[in-house]
Design a protein around this ligand. Structure first.
Ligand code: 4AZ
Length: 256
């Protein structure tokens, strides 16, 4: 996150940290994610560059995490991964991460996955036809870089405020042109001072509608971070209600 502030996980309790175990047994942070039900985390497909060859046993997910390199067992919940479902239509042929969405199923312990607490809660999916109004305040959160090109990631969870940008604006030539498909939307600060950055991918963009917070976006890509005319690009979650339902058996239509 560029230009934001340190946040507590209690204010973004659906944030998940996805780790990958290297051959030398090192636990390497891979991506953010959002807890959408007790056993399912929504994230970005590009977090799994090996696609269907991805070895689930190498992944783990930590919920309730404030600091990336410190462990607080009193609030954190750690899970193995049972399954990774990458969207069938995911492709990066045009270099624009179309259908950049994936589901990670947590491995239950003694029959249960995430337990609700002050630090761990699910986020609601927006109803499929809920439109995302350009200009409304939304927030993003993640453990990613505080500046593009830094070699290190943020030590702590950070948050920032961004506003959705109308599609026709983001598709203008001086923005991203035809890189923006219907499965994406753009969001930025009017003064370009805050943005997601490397390492935030997979994490949440939530916006308030009717006094409730909904997960409207998955942090996906961007040309650099917090650059003028280069907004962050997010996977449009409302295009995937049916896909999510099919894969997880959740219904976002039921008022959750
Ligand atoms: C990344 O590499 C990334 N400024 C994520 C978001 C943005 C740029 C890069 C948006 O994960």
């Amino acid at each position: 996150i560029v230009g934001g502030t340190v946040a507590t996980v209690e204010s973004h309790p659906w944030v998940a940290a996805i780790f990958w175990r290297s051959k030398s047994k090192e636990k390497i942070f891979r991506c953010g994610g959002s807890l959408i039900s007790a056993c399912w985390v929504l994230t970005a497909a590009h977090c799994f560059p090996d696609g269907s060859h991805t070895k689930v046993n190498r992944f783990s997910v930590i919920l309730g995490k404030n600091a990336l390199n410190e462990t607080d067992p009193t609030v954190e919940q750690t899970f193995g991964v049972e399954e990774i479902i990458i969207h069938e239509g995911y492709d990066n042929i045009e270099g624009n991460f179309n259908n950049d969405i994936a589901l990670v199923k947590l491995r239950a312990k003694h029959g249960t996955c995430a337990k609700e607490s002050n630090s761990v809660k699910t986020v609601c999916l927006p109803p499929p036809h809920q439109s995302l109004v350009p200009g409304v305040p939304c927030e993003i959160a993640g453990y990613g870089k505080e500046k593009y090109g830094l070699w290190y990631r943020s030590q702590y969870l950070r948050e920032a405020q961004v506003n959705p940008i109308a599609d026709y604006v983001c598709r203008q030539k001086d923005y991203y042109g035809n890189m923006i498909t219907d499965n994406m939307f753009c969001a930025a600060r009017p003064d370009w001072s805050q943005d997601a950055c490397e390492g935030d991918s997979g994490g949440p963009l939530v916006c308030e509608t009717d006094n409730r917070l909904f997960l409207f976006g998955v942090i996906s890509w961007g040309d650099g971070c917090a650059r003028e005319l280069r907004p962050g690009v997010y996977t449009r979650v409302t295009n995937y209600n049916q896909w999510i339902e099919e894969k997880t058996g959740l219904s976002s239509i039921a008022a959750g």
